[in-house]
Ligand binder design. Structure first.
Ligand code: INI
Length: 155
């Protein structure tokens, strides 16, 4: 029989930093609500969470990289909402945010979770922020719980 290692979903004694973009705050505040709800409903104490606000999703990766380097957190969760609308700005911000969050994780060895919505329009963002497609902030926290437990086991 093979050996299998999987992470459990337990928030007890976990310390997380959550980086939240103020851009599209009407969406990102709902993602934050979902992440915090997920944390407490898995046994976490909200006092173990630090929320860091940044202007937009473009600023998330650098901030996440600095937080990951402090050694003060078990994971960094990145929450943002990049909505295409009518501007090509979307493609640049979305590409840099995705690349940068991945890079922050690779450089630090810490789980840095991508909870940044990239949607075609506002309706799709609303759907993913606590309405019919669930709450991606909740999902991001779930990934953080699983990954931190997994890394504790792998070493
Ligand atoms: N930032 C977002 O988080 N979402 C967006 O949809 C967005 N759009 O579309 O422009 C956005 N832009 C701001 C960007 O993240 C930076 O804050 C800004 O460019 C300053 O560096």
């Amino acid at each position: 029989m093979y050996t299998e290692i999987t992470g459990n979903l337990n928030a007890k004694d976990k310390r997380f930093a959550i980086v939240v973009s103020r851009f599209n705050d009407f969406i990102t505040s709902r993602l934050l609500d979902g992440a915090l709800d997920c944390f407490t409903r898995h046994g976490g104490d909200v006092k173990s969470i630090t929320v860091i606000r940044v202007p937009g999703s473009f600023e998330i990766p650098l901030t996440a990289a600095r937080l990951a380097k402090t050694g003060g957190y078990d994971a960094v969760i990145c929450l943002g909402a990049i909505i295409r609308g009518a501007t090509p700005h979307f493609d640049y911000v979305a590409a840099e945010a995705a690349k940068g969050v991945a890079q922050a994780g690779l450089a630090s060895g810490l789980p840095v979770i991508f909870g940044i919505l990239t949607t075609e329009n506002i309706e799709q963002a609303v759907e993913r922020a606590g309405t019919k497609a669930g709450n991606k902030g909740w999902d991001a926290m779930l990934s953080a719980l699983e990954m931190t437990d997994l890394f504790k086991k792998i070493g």
